[in-house]
Write a protein that binds this ligand. Structure first.
Ligand SMILES: Nc1nc2c(ncn2[C@@H]2O[C@H](COP(=O)(O)OP(=O)(O)OP(=O)(O)O)[C@@H](O)[C@H]2O)c(=O)[nH]1
Ligand SMILES: [Mg+2]
Length: 469
């Protein structure tokens, strides 16, 4: 347990209905009580309504005023709630003050609390304490960020499943399966001379594969298929100059965001926008047209476009149906290998559409959509195709466990060690060595839940929180 008491404004800056100040730590109740005057009824510590002599009843809302100790100046009219340990977010004594949401009012209350002995909370410190006090594991702490950042119902479902311990439970049961196997291996090592104790390495290897490897693979695949729901599917529009990339971007986000002109080379820098499409959060990027003789500014734009392509989940490779495929298009297509891609054949409204345009035979396997960004045609078909390629999210995403990148990497380490152990069992590797692999597999899981996560890992996670969470 921490011995300091921390305080922060937990609601976002700006004016609103109410603003919440949160205090957590061993002196939370005393510090908050020093600036709170309940009323107009008798104070809670007077023994009213069955409260104990020590003061506030846990999780009951009290009405009253914040006053400046010493001067008795009334700062605000508030609601006040105490959550005694361990039944609070942090697992410590917590007080929440619901005040009016003016910036000055909240800051004044906060500074009174600091005067009384609290210190300002660091970003994520409440959640960090919840983690350190064993209220939640690391996967649940990470899910707190996910739920705050969730931009689609699917992302929200995913986050709440994880906050409620979905991944934690999955990892715990994998761990106990591994621990069982380790127990048997250790027993076999200890009693290796005892012929009466049967030991079947093949059966144990089967069990590792059945109970551990299979589940790990499913979880890892979930990350690959659905992690984009967290940050949004990264869609990048690329193609030659003037093919209608910016027009397409504007159609997708349904507003005239990017500049469109008939002059090739209009877009020089990239333009990024977010929107929700069929429940999927999308981050779409429009880029500079790629061609072979760019001027110095275009060249920088094209380099930036490539950076986006590298990290993209999906490419919309846009072409002009009114003219033949160019050598630059061929070069571009080649560099897109291994990327999920949709060929967008735009300007289908032109009278010369598809007269000279021929799609190379080799590209036939890539999904294609014909559009007219100018007349807003084919855009719905394009969105359907994008959704289809986004992954298996159209289905039931409720209660779905989707590990994030850090968690997936831990699961992969666990998978590698488990596989090594299973192989070792089949190939009669000395049991002492196999037990090391199984232990490593267990440790990898302990990193996922945070029991063994390094300081830098924790630092990295909690620094992504806002102050007051
Ligand atoms: N006929 C027709 N014209 C289009 C279509 N889409 C875009 N255009 C026109 O093509 C020209 C270029 O459009 P942009 O959207 O700026 O093309 P871009 O690919 O972003 O061009 P750069 O940024 O210069 O690489 C503009 O005059 C558009 O109005 C279409 O579907 N049909
Ligand atoms: Mg453009």
């Amino acid at each position: 347990m921490e011995d300091s008491t921390i305080a922060a404004i937990s609601t976002p800056p700006g004016s609103g209905g109410i603003g919440v100040i949160k205090i957590s730590g061993p002196c939370a109740i005393n510090i908050a009580r020093a600036i709170f005057r309940p009323g107009p009824r008798r104070p809670p510590w007077s023994g009213d309504e069955g409260e104990n002599k020590e003061g506030f009843k846990s999780r009951r809302l009290y009405y009253g005023h914040i006053i400046e100790p010493g001067t008795d100046r009334v700062i605000d009219e508030v609601l006040f709630v105490v959550m005694r340990k361990p039944f609070s977010y942090t697992g410590e004594d917590v007080v929440e003050i619901q005040a009016h949401a003016g910036a000055l009012v909240l800051k004044t209350i906060l500074s009174l609390l600091i005067q009384e002995g609290a210190r300002l909370a660091e970003p994520g410190e409440f959640t960090r304490r919840a983690f350190l006090n064993g209220r939640i594991d690391l996967t649940q702490a990470e899910a707190v960020i996910d739920i705050i950042n969730a931009r689609s119902p699917a992302a929200m479902d995913m986050a709440i499943t994880q906050i409620m311990g979905g991944l934690k439970q999955a990892v715990t049961s994998l761990r106990s399966a591994l621990a069982d196997v380790l127990g048997e291996i250790e027993a076999a090592i200890d009693f290796s001379d005892d012929a009466d104790i049967p030991f079947h390495p093949g059966a144990l290897a089967d069990r590792l594969e059945q109970d551990v490897v299979r589940h790990l693979q499913t979880l890892i695949r979930r990350h690959e298929d659905e992690d984009f729901l967290r940050e949004g599917l990264k869609v990048v529009i690329v193609g030659g100059p003037n093919v209608g990339k910016s027009s397409l971007m504007n159609r997708l986000i349904n507003r005239e965001r990017a500049i469109v002109t008939e002059i090739p080379g209009t877009t020089r820098d990239f333009i990024e926008e977010s929107f929700i499409m069929q429940g999927i959060p999308i981050v779409v990027t429009d880029t500079a047209g790629m061609h072979e003789n760019p001027d110095p500014i275009e060249r920088i734009g094209i380099e930036k476009a490539w950076e986006h392509v590298v990290s993209a989940d999906l490419i919309l490779f846009t072409m002009d149906a009114g003219r033949p495929v160019t050598p630059a298009d061929f070069a571009l297509f080649q560099r897109l290998e291994g990327k999920k891609c949709i060929l967008v054949i735009n300007k289908m409204d032109l009278p010369q559409a598809k007269k000279l345009f021929r799609l190379p035979q080799k590209w036939a396997a890539v999904p294609k959509v014909e559009t007219s960004a100018l007349y807003n045609r084919g855009i719905d078909a394009l969105k359907d195709q994008m959704a289809a390629l986004a992954g298996d999210v159209a289905g039931d995403t409720v209660h779905r466990i989707v590990p994030n990148l850090r968690q997936k990497q831990g699961l992969e380490r666990c998978l590698a060690s488990t596989r090594k152990a299973a192989e070792g069992l089949r190939q009669a590797v000395p049991l002492e060595l196999i037990s090391i692999d199984v232990r490593e597999a267990i440790e990898a899981l302990a990193e996922v839940t945070g029991e063994r996560a390094g300081k830098d890992v924790l630092e990295n996670i909690f620094s992504r929180f806002c102050i007051g969470k």
